[in-house]
Design a protein around this ligand. Structure first.
Ligand code: URP
Ligand code: ZN
Ligand code: ZN
Ligand code: ZN
Length: 467
């Protein structure tokens, strides 16, 4: 039996348009849109009508960078796929692309199978996978081709974390050459980890153990240097490149220069770099540990370059790099040695709201909000137009957003499985009211109505953003 829903009277916002329109949903997909009040819209009939008068009707968010249950620093990211995707739904995100991990000495397939097992049957919203390649060899290079064919079309490599995820320049070049042939997209963690480890050792020897030193040793110049090197290696390989979690002005400049040269080079930043700074890392009584992530938070002055990059399209995507560790028992592992603090921040629930606040603050337009949070991540990672827009045929992943509601972000009220909020006490205007995932209400009038297992694995095509 077919089921039909109509959403009436809202302001429909996509990356390209803003129009007062009614949205007809049939069997989990957008069936039609028509300007509200017109005969075409009045002709929409449905079993269920949602009144969106005074609200925005936007595509569900696409968060292309999450780490549910990531093993890191002797512990695991505290959100499971169940708790993390439920929190995503609360925050208006209906698709996450998480990172499966290849451990050194094991195959890509083993890593991918393990991540499927963690996610399957547990997710509240749809999900896909990137693959972290920690061990480039003849076998893994062949496996990359197979993964691209089955919908895992992007591969993260690390220029940081020697001995864990690290790849050297030769391994990076080989993986890039392979992706140039098979259509995969290399995602780069661009920090010079070899140099950083020297600075870490020297800092600890001087007795500099507090969280703020994490920010001092992971220098902006070493992010910029790695970004530059990754860009040139990609250029030599003839491959596109996506640089994750860009935080430094100097790294944005490297991306901008490469893009001016016409290269297919892309950059992602995250809410923590746009809204937080080294001031947070310097909070007393070890509270700074809550803000330890890599690349690190930067001095406030860097934020302007990130906002400018988002406006000029030198940066294309805002994802969260959601990788929560509780303060109690997890971040505390690094008391007396900042290098033992597990790296990562919670944020999957906060991204859409924080970026809406950025619209109100004049950093970006409403359409750019949807572009960087929904449409471009979907295009970048081969999910468009199924995800990331509201158009006939697209999945009915729809958020009814109240642009006037006030909220205060807090660990007391959030739904992420972590004992603190990186944005504690931050006032934002705008709130998710109702969320449909393939037409099914998972948040209904600010109540959770979804369930674990509703979200399904979503294979992806290759990058749709190349010029
Ligand atoms: O600190 C971070 N970003 N943790 C997650 C792993 C990564 O490098 O993305
Ligand atoms: Zn990273
Ligand atoms: Zn990450
Ligand atoms: Zn369901």
């Amino acid at each position: 039996m077919s089921s039909r829903t109509v959403i009436r009277g809202g302001l429909v916002i996509t990356a390209s348009d803003e129009i007062h329109a009614d949205v007809l949903i049939e069997d989990g997909r957008i069936a039609a849109l028509a300007a509200s009040g017109t005969p075409a819209a009045r002709a929409f009939t449905a079993d269920r009508t949602i009144d969106a008068t005074g609200k925005y009707v936007i595509p569900g968010g696409v968060d292309a960078h999450t780490h549910m249950e990531l093993p890191f620093g002797g512990t695991f990211a505290s959100d499971t796929f169940e708790t993390g995707t439920r929190a995503a739904a609360w925050g208006g995100t209906t698709t996450v692309v998480d990172f499966a991990v290849q451990s050194v000495g094991h195959s890509l397939r083993e890593g991918l199978d393990a991540w499927h097992a963690k996610a399957e049957g547990n997710c509240a919203v749809d999900y896909g996978f990137h693959m972290i390649v920690s061990d480039v060899n003849a076998e893994t290079l062949k496996e990359m081709d197979l993964l691209v064919e089955e919908g895992v079309t992007s591969f993260k490599q690390f220029m940081a974390y020697p001995g864990v995820f690290y790849s050297d320049d030769g391994q990076i070049l080989r993986a890039m050459q392979r992706s140039a042939e098979n259509g995969g997209l290399i995602m780069m963690h661009a920090e010079n980890g070899i140099a950083i480890d020297v600075l870490v050792e020297q800092a600890l020897a001087r007795g500099e153990t507090d969280p703020r030193f994490h920010g001092e040793v992971r220098k902006a110049l070493l992010e910029a240097e790695a970004t530059h090197r990754a860009i040139r290696l990609a250029q030599v390989a003839g491959a596109p490149l996506y640089v994750v979690h860009v935080s430094a002005t100097e790294a944005v400049a490297e991306l901008a220069r490469a893009r001016d040269e016409g290269l297919n080079v892309f950059g992602e930043t995250c809410p923590q770099y746009l809204f937080l700074s080294t001031d947070n890392l310097a909070e007393p009584d070890f509270e700074g540990a809550k803000y330890v992530c890599s690349t690190p938070l930067r001095p406030k002055e860097h934020q302007a370059a990130l906002w400018r990059g988002l406006r000029t399209n030198d940066l294309q995507v805002v994802s969260t790099d959601h990788c929560p560790f509780c303060f109690a028992g997890q971040k505390e592992l690094g008391r007396g040695d900042f290098s033992r603090i597990p790296n990562g921040l919670p944020g999957v629930e906060n991204r859409m709201d924080l970026l809406h606040q950025a619209v109100l603050d004049g950093h970006i337009s409403r359409r750019r909000w949807i572009e960087i949070a929904c449409a471009t991540p979907a295009r970048m990672f081969g999910l468009y137009p199924k995800k990331g827009t509201l158009a006939p045929g697209a999945d009915a992943d729809v958020v009814i957003y109240d642009p006037a509601a006030e909220q205060v972000i807090s660990a007391d009220t959030h739904h992420m499985n972590v004992d603190y909020s990186a944005y504690e006490g931050t006032r934002v205007t705008g709130c998710v009211e109702t969320v449909l995932s393939r037409g099914v209400p998972v948040i209904t009038g600010r109540e959770y109505t979804g369930h674990a297992g509703h979200g399904v694995y979503t294979p992806r095509s290759t990058c749709q953003y190349l010029t």
